[in-house]
Design a protein around this ligand. Structure first.
Ligand SMILES: *[C@@H]1O[C@H](CO)[C@@H](O)[C@H](O)[C@H]1NC(C)=O
Ligand SMILES: [Zn+2]
Length: 515
């Protein structure tokens, strides 16, 4: 007798109960479980609701309006002077009176460092900080996770590590490194697996497993990117001999290393200018009819509003496909105001002088800088050497993800920026770069990615303030008084944050490229 034959009579007797159990499990239990899980995604029980305020930032101006959300999408935006009445059986009406309702921020430059360096940051803490700050989608950088995201397999590791940890949607840039330039199949596989574009450094990145590339490497990558229609993001600094380095006496390499000016002198504007000069040459390939038509070059965190920006403007005018971002710390701080030893201000390129800060604001307002992104780049706190205050040895990277809305607004309002400009720099601009066609504006059919905030409410970023990134104390914004308090954040229709509290569980999804 075969063993299987022994089972037959058993199964015969059990087949009816087994069938009943299977049917009940599938029809009754599973939908119940799924519904229960869905409910945990949002602080609001309703999935059909209307958000109303007197200041809704729409593509047609700032107007009193009702934004109707059903499921994950916006199903209407209607201009009206009063909130709609709550009707029995109708959608829930949430009247935010004079608060601002606008598209959630999209941050295209974030280092969440997972997997591999979760003692620096992580998907859970990073996306909680994002949600608390009104950032409803972000793109994670290919470094400083370990491994770095430079191949299909390492991207798959990222996706695996992110599972169940995203409070907002997260996309991924891949890394361009000499290794995948040498084997374009690896680059092709990385893009095919879901990298939204590539990022490279033109100077040492600070991480050994993310070596830098030359302008020629970038030129070689562009035709591959062109086939996918995806961008090349570049950290534009090329190491130049520094006159201040040379003037130091032997045996005094760290002299005055607590002085910010000492650090600033080691990374002069000429580094950025040289890199941008080389990039604008390479970018000619992206013009219509060029060998890399369809590719795009994006300069990250620009600190130089003079020569470098001028070169980018010229390149754009000549038909190259280029864009540029700057970061909040270049807009908020100035080199001459940074106290000695305060290494939480260290980043690359360095924060420049006050006149540059003003020129960066002017360039944003003139439309010459396309967008803002945080470059949120935390590390383990001990790497910032806060006690020694050694600017030369400390890790370069600033934590700011949760604060960029109030920071941009606080420093921008005194310079006359508008809510519409805020949306252009933080939502529509970034949505174009990352190619998120369903995100970046409050319109019919778009994802219900929405931030509701009070521009007039100010708060002090002191130790009582709820901060959600991993190392809460390490940020140059500590102690500042900022205006612009986030009241609530909706991500794809889920209320993921409300006045200090997050939804019970994270329900963000990875943002893979749209074809
Ligand atoms: C290039 O990478 C592909 C994919 O990983 C691999 O199959 C191939 O052997 C590599 N080619 C060379 C020359 O190393
Ligand atoms: Zn960065």
């Amino acid at each position: 007798m075969e063993p299987a034959d022994l089972l037959k009579p058993l199964l015969r007797g059990w087949s009816l109960p087994l069938l009943v159990f299977t049917v009940a499990y599938t029809l009754v239990y599973l939908p119940f479980v799924e519904k229960g899980l869905e409910e945990g995604c949002s602080l609001l029980p309703e999935t059909h609701f209307v958000l109303y305020s007197k200041r809704v930032v729409t593509p047609n101006g700032v107007v009193p309006a009702a934004v109707e959300v059903e499921g994950e999408r916006i199903i209407s935006v209607v201009k009206r002077s009063e909130a709609p009445k709550q009707r029995d059986g109708g959608p829930r009406v949430l009247d935010y009176s004079n608060a601002v309702i606008m598209p959630g921020l999209i941050d295209v430059h974030v280092h969440l460092n997972e997997p591999g360096r979760t003692e620096w940051e992580g998907f859970l803490t990073g996306t909680q900080a994002a949600a608390a700050g009104g950032v409803t989608a972000l793109v994670d950088m290919p470094l400083n996770s370990f491994p770095t995201t430079t191949s299909k397999d390492t991207l798959l590791l990222k996706l695996e590590a992110a599972k169940g940890k995203l409070f907002v949607d997260v996309g991924f840039w891949g890394g361009l490194v000499p290794e995948n330039v040498a084997n374009l199949t690896v680059m092709d596989e990385l893009l095919n697996a879901g990298a939204l574009g590539l990022k490279s450094f033109m100077c040492p990145s600070g991480i050994n497993d993310f070596p830098h590339t030359t302008a020629e490497d970038i030129k070689a990558a562009l035709p591959v990117l062109a086939r996918y229609g995806r961008p090349m993001l570049v950290h534009a600094e090329v190491v130049q001999p520094s006159p201040e380095e040379r003037s130091l006496q032997p045996g005094e390499p760290s002299e005055n290393s607590r002085l910010y000016s000492r650090y600033h002198g080691t990374r002069p504007l000429s580094w950025e200018r040289t890199a941008v000069q080389q990039l604008t040459e390479v970018a000619k390939d992206t013009a219509v009819g060029g060998p890399a038509e369809g590719a795009h070059i994006h300069v990250v965190h620009l600190s130089d509003p003079e020569e470098s920006l001028h070169l980018i403007k010229e390149a754009k005018a000549a038909g190259s496909s280029m864009s540029v971002e700057t970061s909040p710390h270049y807009l908020a701080f100035a080199a001459e105001e940074i106290p000695d030893g305060e290494t939480q201000f260290k980043c690359n390129p360095p924060i420049r002088h006050a006149d540059y800060r003003e020129l960066l604001w002017k360039a944003l307002q003139a439309g010459d800088i396309d967008m803002i992104s945080t470059d949120h780049s935390p590390s383990a706190p001990e790497m910032k050497l806060l006690e020694e205050g050694d600017f030369l040895k400390a890790w370069g990277g600033i934590s700011s993800l949760q604060f960029v809305l109030p920071v941009t607004w606080t420093y921008g309002a005194s310079r006359g920026i508008t809510l519409e400009q805020l949306v252009k720099w933080w939502s529509t601009g970034p949505s174009k770069l990352a190619n998120f066609p369903r995100k970046g504006s409050l319109e019919f059919g778009k994802d219900a990615d929405i931030v509701i905030w009070d521009p007039e409410a100010s708060f002090i970023l002191d130790s009582n303030y709820p901060i959600f990134h991993k190392h809460k104390q390490v940020t140059p914004y500590a102690g500042q008084t900022l205006s612009g308090k986030v009241i609530a954040t909706f991500a794809r229709g889920h209320e993921v944050f409300r006045e200090g509290y997050h939804a019970p569980r994270p329900c963000g999804t990875p943002l893979l490229p749209v074809h």
